[in-house]
Write a new protein. Sequence first.
Length: 465
Amino acid sequence: MMRVSVSSCLLFFSLILSGFAIEKSELSPEAAALVPDTSIVTVILKNGAKVEGTIAAETAEKVTVKVRRGATISMSKEIAKVDIQTIQKADVGRILASKLLMYKLDPKNSLLEQDYKKPMALFDEFLAKCGTLPEAEEITRLKKEFADELQHIEKGTAKVDGVWLTPVCAAVKKFNIASEQIAAIRKRPDFNTNPKVKEFFDSLVEKRRVTAKSLPKMMQDHMPLLIENKEFDDAITEMTAFLHFWIRQVIRSEGSAEEVIKGMDFDYILRMQKSIIAAYKAAKPKDVKPAKLPGDNDMIYIPGSYFLMGGDSTDPKNDAFPAHIVFVSPFVIDKYEVTNEDYRKFVEHVKKTGDSTMEHPSAPPLKKHDAEGWKVPGLSRDKQPVAGVDWFDAYAYAKWAGKRLPTEAEWEKAARGLDQRTFPWGTNSADICGASWSGGRYSSRSLTGKFPNRVLSPRRDADVS
């Protein structure tokens, strides 16, 4: 009969216990903190049963395992070595993997930057030290998800309610969500009686107030970076969200718009919009001309671009308030006003044929298109601009001519360009031309295009009303 010493048995089980891929001591402090006490072992019996606990004692014939029952209760279990198939020490790599897989992204909202970087460092450590484990594939996928979101964060965007938004848009979205929650809480029957409800309500109001106050500083910090990087689309998206926020949310909630604006430095918004357009103009945006343009020499091509639409007035009663940046696609517009001679051809066609196919659906039936200016001898010469026609007349004439009326934005861009000129002839003075206003005199300069009222877009079938 072969004799085996106790020291040999202890050595044997020591070798079994050390048979795992990585020691806890090899982990960084951050990773090691995720791994619990590694003295826990799993004793696998020959009959397939498993006992998990810590080794309390060992002899030549048996192993005593302390098994925990609950948080404070434990019991000892003696197991004969002849019944043991193997003893597995805690697999540090597998434990770390299980902890790392508990990291989850919020589908609704983004995290703080450090809440992305810390897990990603742990993912990298796991893949470097335990990359052969089965969990490595899932950890790699999770790392990519975190990296993708971090890339958004580093670009300055934030996820709000499941959508990635630029900083100002994100703040506005949070403001609106808080407003919806505030409105819902107000309707609760216990709003005035439940202290916890009132406390939560007050916290939302304060949160919303802080968000609104943070926006100007956010714009001041973020906008120069966007302009410097020539990210004009994002800059204008931010600017538009900022403008709409103050008009639709702040001003509306504060009372009379006129009184609120008087107390605001609304020029702050105007100055910022002008700085964007100035940088945009200086960057000389590339124009993509349509492949086919009309061969009419009396039509001028207007490149597509952003421009500042509206006036400098901060009076909400002014129809040019508020100034705002818009994008207009490329188009062509008549260089000269429609003359009496051209317009008469249209009127004669309608009278002769009874054709009404060019009429707007809302136009009065049997619309009479004669120009009121024809009643005044001084306004009815052939080469003079036609005067005294209404919008339905202009719409019908443009469609009859195979063209369409310009949109408000198109007309303003054609007349003002990117430099916000007051008059289309390139100066901010009306003194050089006496046409088109009460008491003015007819001048050949008035034919240079002050009031072009017909336009042809690259799509001839466009019908913008």
